[in-house]
Design a protein around this ligand. Sequence first.
Ligand code: HEC
Length: 251
Amino acid sequence: MKKIILIMMASMLAMVAQAAGPSIPLDSHPGDVRDTNSLQRGLGLYMSYCMGCHGLEYARYNRVARDLGIPEDIFEEYLMFTDARIGDLMTIAMSAEDGRRWFGAPPPDLTLVNRVRGSDWLYTYLRGFYADEERPFGVNNAVFENVGMPHALLELQGLCAEPLVLQRDAKIDPLSGNWLIEPGCQEYLIEGSMTPVQFDRAVADMVNFLDYMGEPFQLERQRIGIFVLAFLFVFLFFTILLYREYWKDAH
Ligand code: HEC
């Protein structure tokens, strides 16, 4: 018996270790994938700032339009900047070879990036660019060291002088309630058009959109799940009646 308990405890330890995830500390992503407005804002930002380099080649424009409740003509007019058709896959024109030549590494397709990296990683990565003279584009990243990607959101965020301070490293003065060390960027070399709070929200929307992208069916899956549970609950009632009926004569 003692042995069994020991084995059970050891296997639970392994589960805890796995749940801890990647070893780099990350900020947690505050999004909710059921928030359609947030998904729409994320899509808009993605189409304006990312689609030039990163395709979403496993998705189709019209499926995204339907899932996010955007009429197709509005989608075509305001969100598609190439001559692609609404039924096409969301591919881009840049070849991997050109990408490698221009950036040192080709910009990967991002349809499934949320499944690989996770929302927290993306949320920290996209806010984590800072000035670094030694890099070809003058920026480096707090989460992805020596990344080949330029700071695509510079005009919104501005340019930070140092790597961002993570939420867990921020400090509050317990007496006054003021920040001693504020989370996020401490000093901007170039001001962006958004405040830090607005920018964090914009990135959260974009990561939300990439979360949806990685599993478009998840919204429906949750809705169906509730129906299935409701059905099982009703079914349980009849099963209990049937059970009583079968055993009635045995007592
Ligand atoms: C000018 C081109 C360009 C733009 C615009 C751009 N990226 Fe990138 N991105 C790259 C390149 C190149 C890499 C590969 C970097 C490397 O591997 O060193 C990359 C890498 C990434 C990665 C890491 C992928 C991985 O798992 O390794 C993510 C996530 C990402 N980009 C998201 C975005 C988002 C979101 C936007 C829009 C806000 C964006 N990128 C805009 C060029 C770009």
